[in-house]
Design a protein around this ligand. Structure first.
Ligand code: GDP
Ligand code: MN
Length: 336
């Protein structure tokens, strides 16, 4: 049910004349941010960095999405940061709520149990809506439909270096599906039965499983168990046609039917990562080693020539990818 007042497009701020000269080398792509009005300061900080380090030369459009309408102040203060077109959209209510068929008693019990185990966002239903939306819905939002590639950007992240190589060009030129900067291990309690569901899916739909896939990134024993590795999805550059396609759509619908987004706390990071690892081939994933990035306490700083070329403001010795909780070693071994 969609109320009469609902419209997914809140407003579009076009910049006069820009389309005339800037579309030349541009890929069909958008910078995308899901965020709340209350995060304005962090949104401005992230947008400012992306603009200064990258987008002032490219003018890729921005799409901001929210489960509540953006305020006029939010739209005004964000729009002046860029010369690009900026679009603000509202997420359909039915894409952002616990489905009615979920057994709330069971979901609540699990939230309480997770809280006892100190799992982050243990009893947070909004967080679960967000994870499910990022897993199965964002790529179908009206404002994102015109685009093939997106770059997911979050409030309050840090971009340390000039982004010398346009990530969208890299993806398109090499026919890549999914790009990451940091990979790590998931908290097991949030995905306790996810792998059982994945195995069931693989048995039911062998036609969707890619031959030369990256199973060894997500499993250390040929698919018997999940090793909890995933690409950290707060940074993502990926091809939405993958999510819009039959294989991923079936994969998401199958996982969703298990209720694990609410009975556990399945994240969009393991869902996207497992999907691209089994439904696509090894060579469909891009490691953006040259992008200096930090979210919360984990960051990646490029080293040597890439650090110099990017004029990076981070310490080149410091990269989460070099540590024990990273899965990037496994990824590198897999492709090389
Ligand atoms: P974390 O990175 O897993 O700790 O989670 P975050 O709190 O950073 O949320 C991930 C992304 O979703 C960020 O871009 C948030 O701004 C956004 N987000 C999370 N919850 C909500 C919500 O309830 N409403 C909206 N509009 N955005 C949200
Ligand atoms: Mn975050």
């Amino acid at each position: 049910f969609i109320s009469k007042e609902y419209h997914p497009v809140q407003s579009v701020v076009s910049k006069a004349g820009l389309g005339l000269f800037s579309s030349g080398g541009r890929v069909n792509a958008t910078l995308m941010m899901l965020c709340r009005n209350s995060e304005l300061d962090g949104v401005i900080s992230s947008v400012r960095q992306i603009e200064d380090r990258f987008n002032h030369q490219h003018h890729y459009p921005w799409v901001f999405l929210n489960d509540e309408p953006f305020t006029d102040e939010f739209k005004k203060r964000v729009s002046i940061l860029t010369q690009s077109e900026v679009k603000f959209g509202l997420i359909p209510e039915e894409d952002w709520k616990q489905p009615s068929w979920i057994d709330e008693k069971k979901a609540k019990k699990s939230r309480q149990d997770m809280k006892k185990q100190w799992v982050p966002y243990a009893d947070n239903v909004a967080y679960r809506n967000m994870c499910r939306w990022n897993s199965g819905f964002f790529h179908k939002h009206e404002l994102l439909l015109p685009y093939k590639y997106y770059w997911r950007i979050e409030p309050n992240v840090q971009y340390f270096c000039d982004i010398v190589n346009d990530p969208f060009q890299v993806m398109q030129r090499n026919g890549k599906t999914y790009g990451f900067t940091i990979s790590l291990v998931e908290i097991p309690a949030t995905v306790a039965t996810l792998w059982e569901a994945v195995k069931e899916f693989m048995e039911l739909y062998p036609q969707y499983i890619a031959k030369n896939n990256a199973m060894t990134f997500v499993s250390d024993n040929e698919g018997a168990d999940y090793n909890f590795c995933h690409y950290w999805s707060n940074f993502e550059v990926a091809d939405m046609d993958f999510y819009r396609g039959e294989a991923y759509t079936k994969f998401f619908e199958f996982l969703d039917s298990k209720g694990g987004f609410y009975y556990e706390r399945w994240g969009d990071a393991p869902v996207h990562s497992i999907a691209v690892s089994i439904l696509k081939t090894k060579s469909d994933v891009q490691y953006f080693r040259d992008i200096g990035y930090k979210h919360d306490n984990f960051g990646h700083c490029p080293s040597d020539g890439e650090w110099e070329k990017g004029r990076c403001s981070c310490d080149p010795q410091e990269s989460f990818n070099k540590g024990g909780y990273s899965c990037t070693w496994g990824w590198v071994n897999l492709v090389h």
